[in-house]
Write a protein that binds this ligand. Structure first.
Ligand SMILES: [Zn+2]
Ligand SMILES: [Zn+2]
Length: 336
């Protein structure tokens, strides 16, 4: 029978529609395998074309292994000040912010699911450094780090890259969730995420992967099939506080998880995003950062737009079971 489940954090209700239930493998993309070259002459992110991008703000390795550049088509500009204006009910702020591109690798054909753990670690180190550097700017109120993999996930360039957008405001969706977490802390005297993670690890049914520092799990009230969250086991409110050891541990888990999705669902388009409390939340007891990995297997339609409520056709428990069983190649499995 269908079931409504409530997300413990966002309080959104989700319809888990078992009547229309799909077996996880039915959602695989079945896309024809393409061979992607390692170097594309016209690609601005390929080595040798560095002059086609704005001057870099960070590079790792020589020759470079990871590069960070300002986005050439930035959504926001660091050249203006976040001056606020209010006229009647119309509130506006000058379009201040930072929009950066992290070029994950010099190899045009690589994607994170197929990289070495060590290289994914380097990308995460670049995320952390840019996160902490930009967080120190008092005009920045929130930073989103995200990846769009594939056309349906919004990637306009094929060469593997991630993005960071620093905004002068805290998005209301984020603010609402911070309030919810604070309310729980006030009521129960504990971090709601620590509590949830502890229970899920005990119950196992929605857990996909676990190592010393992280756990990857399907959400109980997952809005879309295979939406997977990776939580640090240690309480930490801000991504900026991750240690070097934890970065390598997260790199290993993220790469294995992405490889399982890549193999099991045949390289679907996907987004992932790091959901961190704002920088000044470092040390906060009520919030807990995590990585959200969302394969783009279904389309948002009228009901979702009209109600904000999602219909998920795959049981989160079945998705976890499926991902646990996907075997990735030997090299990849070494990271498990
Ligand atoms: Zn390229
Ligand atoms: Zn916590």
């Amino acid at each position: 029978m269908p079931e409504l489940r409530q997300n413990f954090f966002t309080k959104e209700w989700v319809i888990i529609a078992t009547e229309r239930a799909k077996r996880p493998e039915e959602l695989a993309t079945h896309r024809a395998a393409q061979s992607t070259p390692q170097f594309v002459e016209s690609c601005p992110f390929c080595p040798g074309n560095e002059s086609k991008t704005p001057p870099e703000v960070m590079r790792m390795g020589e020759p470079w292994e990871v590069r960070v550049i300002p986005n050439k088509f930035a959504a926001l500009s660091s050249e203006v000040q976040p001056t606020r204006g209010l006229q009647h009910l119309r509130r506006r702020i000058q379009g201040f912010g930072f929009h950066e591109v992290i070029i994950d690798t010099p190899d045009h054909s690589q994607c994170m699911a197929l990289m070495s753990d060590e290289h994914v670690g380097k990308v995460l180190i670049a995320y952390k450094q840019r996160y902490n550097t930009l967080s120190a700017d008092h005009r920045v109120n929130h930073i989103t780090i995200f990846k769009n993999h594939g056309l349906d996930a919004g990637a306009s360039l094929q060469h593997g890259h991630s993005q960071l957008i620093a905004t002068p405001v805290i998005p209301s969706q984020v603010r609402q969730r911070l309030h919810e977490a604070l309310r729980h802390y006030d009521d129960a005297g504990e971090c709601m995420f620590c509590h949830m993670v502890e229970r899920e690890v005990e119950e196992q049914t929605r857990v996909v992967l676990k190592n010393e520092h992280f756990v990857a799990m399907e959400e109980f009230a997952s809005a879309t099939p295979f939406a997977t969250h990776v939580f640090p086991l240690r309480h930490m409110a801000s991504f900026g506080d991750i240690t070097e050891t934890e970065i390598m541990s997260l790199a290993r888990m993220l790469r294995v998880l992405l490889a399982k999705i890549y193999v099991g669902l045949e390289n679907p388009d996907l987004n992932f995003t790091i959901r961190s409390g704002p920088a000044e939340y470092a040390g906060a007891r009520h919030f807990h950062w995590y990585v959200s990995v969302i394969p783009r297997l279904t389309r948002v339609a009228g009901f979702e737009l009209g109600s904000g409520m999602f219909i998920n056709t795959v049981l989160p428990e079945a998705a976890a079971e499926f991902l646990r069983q996907v075997s990735i190649d030997k090299a990849a499995a070494a990271g498990e």
